[in-house]
Write a protein that binds this ligand. Structure first.
Ligand code: SF4
Ligand code: ZN
Ligand code: ZN
Length: 292
C-alpha cells in the first residue's frame, strides 16, 4: 500500500493513503483550515486547550504547537482510580516537550468525586464537573477561547443521544463554535472533522506521549454503546459521520431561548429556575452525603 503523493509506504488508508510525512502535512493543513473556516481563534487570542492525556487532546495540543499557536493547557484531575494518575503523567510529559504551561485542577479540592457517584450515570456527573470547571478556569484567568478535543464520532454520537432523549436545546448547541457571553467563554472544537483513528495515527507518527488507558467508567455507558453501533454503520455506509456533521452545521433549530440566571452560590450562569447551578448542586449533594 503506497502513499498517493509519493512512493513511500502508507501508514493510513482512509480517508486517503498517506505516508507518515504526507499524513502529518494533511493533518496540520486540515486543522488550520478548520480553525480559519470557523474563525475559532487566531494568534492574538489567549487560548486554553483542555487536555485529558488521551490521543485526541494530546494530538490537538501538539498540532497547535507545530502550527505555532501560543496556548496553555488545562488538565482536570478527576481522581478516577487507575486512570487519572497515569493520564496526568503523560500530559505533564507532553507539555514538558512542548515547553508550554500546564494548569491542573483537582476536583477533590471542590469536594466532588466522580467515583463516589452511585444513583446516576457517572459520565453525566463528570461532564457537568468538567464543563463547569473548564469554563470557570478560562473565565477567571482571562482566556478568550477554550478549545476541546471533541472528534467527529464524539459529536455524531452526542447527536444520536440528544435525538434519543429529544433534547433539541442540546442539538442546537452542537456547532463547531459557541460564542461566549457574560461569564461563558467562547468554546471551539477544532477536531470536529477528525476521526479518532486520524488522531491516533498523528500521535504515533509524532511519537507524542499519551495515555493508552480507557476511563474505567466509559465501558458500557450509553455514549460508548451508541458510538460502537455508529462505527459499524459508518463502515457499511461510508460518509455517515461526515454527512451528520455537515447536517448539524446547517440546521438552525428555532427554540425558545432559555432564561439564564446567575447562580446564587457561585455567580456563574445557570438555566435552573431555583438559581443554583448543577455544579453547586453537586457540591451540596457531596457535602451532605460525605460529611467527614
Ligand atoms: Fe468522565 Fe465518563 Fe469520560 Fe470517564 S468516560 S472521563 S467518567 S465522562
Ligand atoms: Zn508520501
Ligand atoms: Zn453555582
Amino acid at each position: 500500500m503506497k502513499c498517493v503523493k509519493c512512493n513511500k509506504k502508507a501508514i493510513i488508508s482512509y480517508p486517503v493513503r498517506f505516508c507518515k510525512e504526507h499524513f502529518i502535512e494533511y493533518y496540520l493543513k486540515k486543522l488550520e483550515r478548520t480553525i480559519k473556516k470557523w474563525k475559532m481563534f487566531d494568534k492574538e487570542d489567549k487560548i486554553l486547550v483542555a487536555v485529558s492525556g488521551g490521543k485526541d487532546s494530546s494530538s490537538l495540543a501538539y498540532a497547535l504547537h507545530l502550527l505555532g499557536y501560543d496556548f496553555e493547557g488545562l488538565y482536570i484531575d478527576l481522581g478516577i482510580p487507575n486512570y487519572s494518575e497515569p493520564c496526568e503523567k503523560k500530559v505533564k510529559e507532553l507539555f514538558g516537550i512542548m515547553n508550554k504551561k500546564l494548569n491542573i485542577i483537582r476536583v477533590s479540592d471542590y469536594g466532588v468525586r466522580v467515583e463516589r457517584v452511585r444513583n446516576r450515570p457517572k459520565c453525566s456527573v463528570c461532564g457537568t464537573i468538567k464543563r463547569y470547571l473548564m469554563n470557570r478556569f478560562a473565565y477567571e484567568n482571562g482566556f478568550t477561547v477554550l478549545a476541546t478535543a471533541h472528534t467527529m464520532p464524539d459529536e455524531v454520537s452526542f447527536f444520536f443521544m440528544n435525538l434519543r432523549s429529544g433534547n433539541l436545546q442540546a442539538i442546537a448547541k452542537q456547532k463547531p463554535i459557541l460564542e461566549g457571553f457574560g461569564k461563558l467563554v467562547k468554546k471551539v472544537k477544532p477536531l470536529i472533522y477528525f476521526t479518532e483513528k486520524e488522531n491516533l495515527v498523528f500521535a504515533l507518527a509524532n511519537n507524542i506521549p499519551f495515555c493508552h488507558l480507557e476511563c474505567p467508567y466509559s465501558k458500557g455507558n450509553p455514549q460508548s454503546r451508541i458510538k460502537i453501533k455508529l462505527y459499524e454503520l459508518e463502515k457499511e455506509f461510508r460518509g455517515l459521520f461526515n454527512q451528520t456533521i455537515k447536517f448539524l452545521e446547517k440546521i438552525e433549530i428555532k427554540i425558545p431561548q432559555e432564561e439564564i440566571y446567575e447562580c446564587k452560590i457561585c455567580g456563574y450562569p445557570t438555566s435552573s429556575k431555583n438559581k443554583i447551578c448543577s455544579f453547586c448542586k453537586l457540591r451540596e449533594y457531596f457535602a451532605k452525603k460525605y460529611k467527614t
